[in-house]
Design a protein around this ligand. Structure first.
Ligand code: A2P
Length: 288
């Protein structure tokens, strides 16, 4: 169902542990460890000089749940260099999408920022993560709180039909330093009406609340403050957080996660996990 197709052959989990040499110019020809597969870049879009999204081919055997992450990376000096990335595309899509920051001196992202269509990207076979619907007990509203690239797993969950089976309303928040950094979440939410699977349900059920903190934009402020003061609920004309009806997911920087966790625990929310579903779950966004 992806718009993007690419004619390169895929390496999948069912193939031998040593994959075929890359066709990409400049790639080295060392065999890959058996836990990795070599995929191809299908699409790259740069949003700012620090942020870009890209999609890669998906092995037919690769399964994941919306909200999970996987190790991806590049061959550097003959060795795989990998980092955890949340999968931003939904589980039904043919391609896998990722949203990346370019970290200053980040060993992987300084290389990854140069990828172009047809290049090789390495990926582990096994996804994992806590930002999954299974880790939350049933309720009416789902709050997805993100900063920076922490929006990525929510881009997947917003396009997952199960989200709308489990929740009546989804409120997704995205806070960045500058307004230009909010565009990925804006594009994602604006595209929901055209989505082949959630195009009917999502536009009626999803509310996006975007704020920035170091720039003049329509809504200013940290989401922790806007939730604690009640300003967000006034702005959206919705009921305040209530553990009886609400569940939440948090994804972003460590300081943000810590402070947002406090906001939720102070409101009586209990942290859950895959093994023990409860009121909210957290995950650190990839940064390096
Ligand atoms: P601020 O500009 O006030 O630090 P970063 O790029 O550093 O990860 O930050 C992304 C966004 O997350 C910024 O808008 C930043 O606000 C916000 N942020 C950073 N730390 C926290 C925190 N502890 N609580 C709430 N928001 C935070």
């Amino acid at each position: 169902m992806s718009k993007f197709r690419f004619p390169f052959q895929r390496a999948t989990a069912s193939k031998p542990s040593v994959v075929a040499p890359s066709q990409a110019p400049g790639a080295d020809f060392a065999p890959l460890p058996s836990n990795l597969t070599a995929e191809r870049v299908l699409h790259v879009q740069h949003y700012t000089d620090r942020l870009f999204r890209f999609s890669i081919t998906r092995p037919t055997s690769f399964r994941f749940r919306a909200g999970e992450f996987v190790m991806i990376g590049l061959r550097t000096d003959g060795r795989p260099l990998l980092r955890a990335y949340s999968i931003a595309s939904p589980p039904w899509d043919d391609a896998l999408e990722f949203y990346s920051i370019i970290a200053p001196n980040g060993p992987l992202t300084c290389r990854l920022k140069h990828i172009k269509v047809g290049d090789e990207v390495l990926m582990a076979h096994k996804p994992t993560g806590t930002l999954v619907l299974d880790a939350l007990t049933p309720a009416k509203r789902l709050f997805l709180f993100s900063t920076g690239t922490g929006f990525a797993p929510f881009a997947s969950l917003l396009r997952e039909p199960e989200t709308y089976v489990k929740f009546d309303k989804v409120i997704v928040t995205h806070t960045c330093r500058e307004e230009s950094e909010l565009r990925y979440s804006e594009d994602t939410v604006n595209a929901l009406p055209d989505d082949p699977l959630v195009g009917e349900a999502a536009p009626l059920r999803v509310t996006r609340y975007a704020t920035c903190t170091q720039d003049t934009c329509r809504r200013a402020g940290r989401i922790t403050d806007l939730v604690s003061s009640g300003a967000m609920f006034d702005d959206l004309a919705i009921a305040p957080l209530d553990r009886t009806h609400d569940r939440a997911m948090i994804c972003g920087s460590l300081p943000f996660i810590h402070d947002m966790q406090l906001v939720l625990t102070n409101a009586g929310f209990v942290e859950g996990s895959n093994a023990s579903p409860a009121d909210f779950v957290v995950e650190k966004a990839f940064v390096g």
